[in-house]
Write a protein that binds this ligand. Structure first.
Ligand code: PLP
Length: 405
């Protein structure tokens, strides 16, 4: 049976058209884009094309606003570090409690070693940013605000355009980690006050290890990576040409499939959510019910340990993820769900354009039995039987139907 992949917020399948576009850049088109001879020129043109493809996807005004990076993590680090370095008289950062570790770990580090003051804005139980706390944290001491466009775990969308306007009023730069939003939401950056935006190739059916930082024209930027003059001195190091071409192609495809992402993919997600809520008692959808990515379902199952469900689903060929981080063998709720004061037991299903209705049906078919067994068996774990106990039971050894009794 075809495996069902519903973990697209972790990474996506590289689109075959992306692979096809990349291949020549591993073979004939091997030139260094900085070379002035023909070998370099054609590769340089390919990089320029990729910039234009990205520009179209995010609604940037100029293609030279795009700097290629190694991915989302580098973009996040580069934007925040640049802002701090360029405004030494401003020593504060504003961010949210639910950012990706690429932002939060950097902020914690800066707090420790550089005595930067970090304002970590809380969220409510639906994952919405506390706007009053946000406004209160803004002052002329703030160098940069870094707030994500959409959350990777719950899909909750932050009102970044509005947040950027507020940051602008106090003269702070506004950076957004849009790794989860790019390709899933239509964007028109030129009409916003956002100054910098990070994106990543492998979250939009492009290759891993490539991303981009968009820096609005007029915004100063200083790279932490010192070296050659590549990419207008904004990112030293010979360009990852195949990756860049792959990212450009992925961006073009994402634009082409934008309608699909916001309609068909969303309806698959909604069907899964409705199906689970109808079939399984004591479940709820986590995150902002309105302002949410069209592809992400984060569902909380009372009285289950969050790792139990993904573990059992994986045994029947279904990939999703738990809202937990495994630390030294014990499952701890993720920082995102903790910030939302949500208890254990959340499972994230994240869709993409390569999913179909059969995937949803497969999950709905097996979920009730899995949850029932994890819940009602008094066993080893605090909430019920361990995955191993359940796996040895009739459900997985026997037929897929009729195991609910
Ligand atoms: C995946 C992800 C990142 C990291 O991107 P990489 O390209 O893997 O470094 C950053 N932020 C968010 C919200 C993500 O989902």
């Amino acid at each position: 049976m075809r495996p069902v992949y519903l973990d697209n917020n972790a990474t996506t399948r590289v689109d075959p058209d992306v692979v096809r576009a990349m291949l020549p850049y591993f073979t004939d088109q091997f030139g260094n884009p900085s070379s002035t001879h023909a070998f370099g020129a054609s590769v340089g043109a390919a990089i320029k094309k990729a910039r234009r493809q990205l520009q179209a996807l995010i609604g940037a005004q100029f293609d030279d606003e795009i700097t290629f990076t190694s991915g989302g993590t580098e973009g996040d680090n580069a934007a925040i570090l640049s802002a701090l370095e360029l405004t030494p008289d401003r020593t504060e950062i504003v961010t949210s409690a639910v950012e990706h570790p690429a932002v939060l770990t950097l902020c914690a580090h800066l707090e420790q070693v550089r005595r930067v003051k970090v304002h970590t804005i809380p969220v409510d139980r639906r994952g919405r940013l506390d706007l009053d706390a946000y406004k209160a944290a803004l002052s002329p001491r703030v160098a940069v605000v870094s707030v994500m466009w959409a959350n990777n775990e719950t899909g909750t969308i932050f009102p970044v355009a509005k947040l950027a306007e507020l940051a602008k009023e106090i003269g702070a730069l506004f950076h957004t980690d849009a790794v989860q939003a790019v390709g899933k939401l239509p964007m028109d950056l030129k009409s916003t006050a956002i100054d910098m935006l990070s994106l990543s190739g492998h979250k939009l059916h492009g290759p891993k290890g490539i991303g981009a930082l968009w820096i609005k024209r007029g915004v100063h930027f200083r790279s932490m990576i010192k070296g050659g003059h590549q990419q207008h001195g904004r990112r030293a190091g010979t360009e990852n040409t195949p990756g860049i071409v792959g990212l450009g192609t992925a961006a073009e495809l994402a634009l082409k499939f934008m309608d699909d992402a916001t309609t068909r993919v969303k309806s698959l997600r909604d069907r899964l959510e409705d199906g689970i809520l109808q079939r399984i008692p004591n479940t709820c959808v986590t995150g902002d019910p309105m302002e949410r990515l069209p592809n992400t379902a984060n569902i909380s199952f009372e009285h289950t340990e969050s790792d139990g469900i993904p573990h059992l689903l994986s045994r029947v060929g279904i990939a999703c993820s738990s809202g937990s981080a495994c630390t030294s063998g014990s499952m701890e709720p993720s920082h995102v769900l903790s910030a939302m004061k949500m208890p254990h037991g959340a499972v994230r299903f994240s869709f993409a354009r390569d999913n179909n209705e059969e995937d949803v049906e497969r999950v709905l078919e097996v979920m009730p039995a899995i949850v029932e067994k994890l819940r009602d068996s008094p066993g080893s774990g605090p909430y019920g039987r361990s995955p191993e106990d359940v796996l040895s039971g009739p459900y997985l050894s026997g037929s897929r139907t009729g195991c609910r009794s």
